[in-house]
Design a binder for this molecule. Structure first.
Ligand code: GAL
Length: 416
């Protein structure tokens, strides 16, 4: 049995060991809405339980454009955070700068290759090495509905086609409610636009036009029809939409003041945070015409090269925690997304998440699984930014004809 002084010495040395291996991990992210904040708090809890100090570096601004700007300034000044929310092709761009830490010691040890769909694992690697860890799979091509608003307007069920959508929207407008809760910001204009293109033209057309940036597709009759449909949605949006944050539009649906919102399933995180039940208080459905397709948006974190051994240990623990089954469950239950790690039990997830999980697999089999352009999954940031600007100009300025809008978008897509 250890005597008192010996026991104290052991405890002190253990504390020193813990402190020595524990480290501070500063995490740059943009999850600041109700549902998002609850989700990221779970990761903070897990890291603190491992003895690390979590330094929260939250940059408000849904979609992450503000966070990307702040990250660039931190890295350029030689003071990168330990981890940052970076996803899609941007991972390759950051990795090519030589500033990202190699995560193979965790990725290989934890066998991520067998735990991830190959399409996801490949996005997380640079020249064959893991440099980022995936958090979830969000589906973007959703339409959310307020059950009470639809009932009040005499609309039964969620529209499956664009004709059904506009019939429903007319009824909702007549009932005095907001038909579409839109957020008039660059990224949300495009989030709606890409769901329209997917629904009007199908997955192959979406890939040709918005991922391959094929000029023929971008100037086709199908693109003309997509832009006409997109512009028609605007006639159902309330005057306070310009500049509104995405979660404030979701709040209008939660409060039954608006009937519909075109939004990724991070919106479900807001419904869950407001203790609303799917199927009872709100409804989820694939955006009209896109039931056999799935625009995926995988959030991920990249770690920056740091010298301190404690910080490196904290980074590796962060990566391992994110891909762990416990985190994959608790985070995604709050975030509205589904686990990215394969074979995580879905029993606790609701009907919207189960539909997403089923469709993620089914659409992959029929070529309907496509990357979200709006959320940085598909094309280089420069081209993405140029196309988003052209689409937002078309949305905002009714004087721009469909023909001119189509020309401007095609021109923007040619940005090198
Ligand atoms: C997306 C991001 C999601 C969600 C949303 C709103 O780009 O991938 O995790 O939080 O923005 O901020």
């Amino acid at each position: 049995m250890l005597n008192k002084s010996r026991l104290t010495a052991v405890l002190v040395s253990a504390a020193v060991v813990t402190t020595a291996t524990a480290g501070q991990v500063e995490v740059l992210h943009y999850w600041t809405s109700g549902g998002e904040a609850k989700s990221v708090a779970e990761l903070k809890k897990m890291m603190e339980a491992k003895g690390h100090v979590w330094k929260d570096f939250a940059v408000a601004g849904g979609g992450g454009d503000n966070a990307a700007t702040v990250l660039k300034s931190r890295v350029v000044s030689g003071n990168p955070p330990a981890a940052a929310q970076i996803k899609g092709p941007a991972i390759q761009e950051w990795a090519s700068e030589g500033v990202l830490a190699n995560l193979d010691s965790v990725g290989k040890a934890e066998n991520w290759d067998s735990l991830l769909p190959k399409v996801v694992a490949d996005v997380m690697k640079y020249k064959g090495n893991y440099v980022a860890v995936p958090v979830n799979v969000h589906r973007v091509n959703w339409l959310w509905g307020s059950a009470a608003a639809l009932k009040k307007a005499g609309v039964t069920g969620m529209p499956k086609t664009w004709d059904e959508f506009f019939l429903a929207a007319d009824k909702i407008k007549k009932s005095g409610l907001i038909a579409v809760a839109h957020s008039g910001q660059n990224i949300w204009d495009f989030t709606t636009f890409e769901s329209v293109v997917l629904g009007v033209g199908g997955a192959k057309f979406y890939e040709d036009a918005l991922v391959k940036l094929d000029q023929k597709a971008l100037t086709s009759e199908t693109m003309k029809k997509s832009l006409e449909t997109f512009r028609r949605i605007k006639t159902y949006v309330d005057p306070a939409a310009p500049g509104r944050d995405w979660n404030l539009s979701t709040a209008l649906v939660i409060q039954d003041k608006a009937a519909f919102q075109f939004m990724g399933d991070w919106a479900k995180g807001e419904f869950v945070a407001a203790a609303k039940a799917p199927g009872k208080d709100f409804l989820c459905a694939a955006a009209p015409g896109s039931g056999n397709a799935y625009t995926f948006n995988v959030d991920s974190f990249a770690m920056f090269k740091l010298k301190d051994a404690g910080a490196q240990k904290a980074q590796n623990d962060l990566a391992a925690s994110i891909m762990g089954t416990d985190f994959q469950q608790v985070f995604n239950l709050n975030k509205g997304s589904i686990p990215v790690r394969l074979n995580v039990a879905m029993g606790k997830f609701d009907e919207c998440a189960k539909l997403s999980s089923k469709d993620f697999v089914d659409t992959a089999k029929v070529g309907g699984l496509v990357p979200s352009v709006a959320h940085g999954m598909a094309i280089k940031p420069a081209a993405e930014g140029a196309i988003k600007d052209a689409v937002s100009q078309f949305w905002s300025d009714d004087r721009i004809s469909v023909a001119d809008g189509m020309k401007n978008i095609a021109k923007a897509a040619a940005t090198k």
